[in-house]
Design a protein around this ligand. Sequence first.
Ligand code: AMP
Length: 405
Amino acid sequence: MNKMTVRDIDLKNKKVIIRVDFNVPLEGDRITDDIRIRAAVPTIKYVIEKGASKVILMSHLGRPKGVGFEKEFSLAPAAKRLAELLSLPVKLTKDCVGAEVKSEVAAATEPVILLENLRFHKEEEKNDPAFAKELASLADIYVNDAFGTAHRAHASTAGIAAYLPAVSGFLIEKELQYLGQAVNNPERPFVVILGGAKVSDKILLIENLLKKANTILIGGGMAYTFLKAQGINIGNSKLEKDKVGLAKELLEKAKAAGVRIEITEDFVIVPSFDSNDGKISDVIPDGMESLDIGPKTRAKFKKVLDSAKTVVWNGPLGVFERDAFVNGTKEIAFHLASLKDKGVKTIIGGGDSSAAVSKFGLDNKMTHISTGGGASLEYLEGKELPGITALNDKKAAGGCGCGCR
Ligand code: AMP
């Protein structure tokens, strides 16, 4: 069912509370990457433009203890950055619930109010109904635009929706549009690139995508468990011994389902994980380990990708954080950027693959880069996201469209 968005509800003279994801990386009080704040701006601007009487934002930041204010987890740096981005004053309240916050919100003359870190209260992550109701009491309409926490059933992502009309912002709308279409109705051929450290983190993902993809390309640390399952020598490369049987099973399932699987077939090998002296090799001799896909694999993967209409990529193909092992991930990322120019839908499924794409300066060169690591993984695994489920369904044609339920 399609979920209602800010476009589907009358915001004029309404107090609107928006769950944003301002969980930004900080060094002291300096924000080292403000992409999440920038990503929230279109929804905030839209709500202001549509005449909301109050725009109240709420977010978590980091992992405070949940027993009150801790300066290092204050949203003050985020409030400051947001004010710069909007060119508008932003008021940061002292807390997120309580009588004082209510008065602060009522008295605020600033066009945007940011509540202090939700996780200063343990009730947030417990999805405590009384806490959710307190948050709801500040507003008339709830907007969720924090895709990064949509896989969590917290008070600000799920509980609050029981007390207010609940719609998505543009960020969640876009995530559902691209991830949803890729998974449920992809333009084919649909090719999935899987990498990252471990098979065990991606079992459900592989199982779900086996039902959907035409081809799956497997690289990164997880490839070696699959190679082992095929009886190939992997030296000291990353292996999850207890998952070899499962890898075998997944390969058989893929065969039965007619899904083509391609796995790393040449390597960048080193004598130890700390070594940067990588050598290209067709085999992994005993005592060596592989930290990147080799040139033959890159060429093969690119060839497969050339026939794709939709590509979803989750997980780097090598230890991309280190220059000696970045090339596999980098070549594939640049290739995807060139395919996007030819009309291929290129969707980056969050987490480390998004970080890699950013590192290569390709942020604007993909069809969609998911902002949620865990949330996009769970969505691609086919799981329900509580923060999405909680939103109001779009009315069938003829509904009143006011957001009532
Ligand atoms: P994940 O969080 O599962 O997507 O894993 C990402 C991590 O996998 C990155 O930090 C990579 O450095 C790591 N990784 C990728 N390829 C390999 C490899 N061949 N051996 C060890 N780690 C790898």
